[in-house]
Design a protein around this ligand. Structure first.
Ligand code: IMP
Length: 425
């Protein structure tokens, strides 16, 4: 494959950043296609932990061209802070939407209005920025970096927000203040902003290898996730053509990144959630705290109904299993293979969140292993029980496993089968 999508198959935090960073050795271009700084990718290089929220995970490799595509929503201040620390080869879509201060405020406010029905968002203003895009009042990067157009657009948007949305007679947001505060970011970002659809199609014509890096996971997809407990974009592979401006048939395949167990941050159903003590053990071992918000992640057993849902809605070609090392020391490892809903067996995710919260998971139990896996470098070196675990996942889901990982470092990611054709590392 030459053009591959990296898709999170669960509720995000599957380790996509690490897999993207690893596979970027084969890629010429890495593209982030949706979401914003709600995402948090941690990459560990030579023992140093580096967290990314907006920049594509190819930025640590100077030979790679990185694209932030039109499907993203970009907070210029957050991006400015990430860029500050790096010299990167970056191309930002002029059609990507801008996250502004009132979006963050609307996000916080809408969460508190929902009370017990809150979604548990990251409060980064992602939902409100996408809502403005759909309402056709949003501001895009092309406009943002043009001082005259931005001044006009922000005055109009601030008027709408102050009068219509916040329904507040006081001057809640001040367009001139925003213009002043954002001027340095306009200047910083201007050289990177362009039509990235043209850029990407040129690279495709030149035969370059391209990695499309999804943020979040399929179960957080606005359409195919556990609505309404989802994000406001689509992390599926199906989103790539629209969110980048390339033809659908130019995508060769998708690699589904799957954590060896399940985690979720925020509210919403999670059928395989573990009891507190068991969850505590895995959380501490796997450092399961949000990269963006620091929140404790909820922990569950691996749910293969979820992974098959991701396979179907994203057309996955293969899986990458991450954090396998975290499961060492468990005598029994449970895996969900189907559900029962009101006494009936089902093997799909029901439409309504209430139904998903009521399903009873049907588990199979596999033997665990005690060995520390962190020094394993090939599939053959794995203990038999860990091999059986990976083989079972592959068989039940019906996909080959291309990669597994046993730790955060680059050398702890092990490639069993090649995903990209061409260039060798
Ligand atoms: P939002 O994207 O901030 O609107 O949050 C909506 C839901 O998606 C919440 O449950 C968040 O916790 C979740 N979410 C958003 N981004 C990520 C991520 O990168 N990893 C895991 N969960 C996320």
């Amino acid at each position: 494959m030459k053009r591959v999508v990296i898709v999170g198959t669960q509720w995000g935090d599957e380790g996509k950043g690490k897999i993207t960073d690893y596979l970027s050795r084969y890629a010429d271009v890495v593209v982030r296609y949706q979401g914003g700084n709600n995402a948090g990718h941690t990459v560990v290089i030579d023992g140093e932990r580096r967290a990314l929220h907006l920049l594509p995970s190819g930025v640590f490799n100077p030979a790679i061209e990185n694209v932030m595509a039109n499907g993203m929503v970009i907070d210029p201040i957050a991006l400015g802070q990430e860029l500050d620390r790096k010299m990167v080869n970056l191309h930002i879509s002029d059609r990507a939407h801008v996250v502004l201060p009132f979006h963050r405020e609307e996000d916080t406010r809408s969460e508190s209005d929902k009370g017990t029905h809150k979604i548990g968002t990251t409060k980064k203003g992602i939902g409100p920025a996408y809502a403005d895009k759909a309402a056709r009042i949003g501001i895009r990067m092309g406009t943002f970096v043009d001082p005259v157009r931005f001044a006009k657009a922000i005055r109009e948007l601030v008027r709408i927000k102050n009068e219509a949305i916040f329904q507040d007679r006081r001057k809640r947001h001040d367009a001139d203040e925003i213009i002043r505060a954002y001027k340095p970011y306009q200047e910083l970002l201007r050289p990177y902003v362009k039509d990235t659809s043209i850029f990407l199609n040129d690279r495709i014509e030149a035969g370059k290898n391209i990695l499309f890096e999804g943020a979040q996971g399929v179960l957080l997809c606005l359409d195919h996730g556990t609505y309404p407990y989802v994000t406001s974009s689509s992390p599926t592979a199906a989103s790539v053509p629209l969110s980048t401006g390339i033809a659908p048939w130019l995508i060769d395949g998708a690699l589904g990144v799957t954590k060896a167990y399940t985690t979720r941050v925020g509210e919403g159903p999670m059928p395989s959630e573990m009891d507190r003590e068991q969850a505590h053990v895995i959380r501490e071992r796997g450092h399961e705290y949000g990269t963006t918000t620091g929140r404790k992640r909820r922990i569950g057993w691996l749910d293969l109904v979820v992974i098959r849902h991701a396979k179907r809605t994203s057309g996955l070609s293969a899986l990458a299993i991450t954090l396998l090392d975290v499961l060492s020391g468990l005598s029994v490892i449970k895996v969900v293979v189907s559900y029962r809903l009101q006494g009936k067996a089902i093997d799909f995710i029901p439409e309504h969140a209430d139904d998903l919260s009521q399903v009873e998971p049907v588990y199979i139990e596999l033997k665990g292993w005690d060995e520390d896996l962190s020094k394993i470098r090939t599939f053959e070196e794995l203990p038999d029980a860990a091999k059986t675990y990976l083989d079972t996942i592959s068989q039940v889901v019906g996909l080959p496993i291309h990669i597994f990982s046993v730790g955060p470092e680059r050398h702890q990611t092990i490639e069993i089968l090649k995903t990209f054709e061409g260039r060798k590392p």
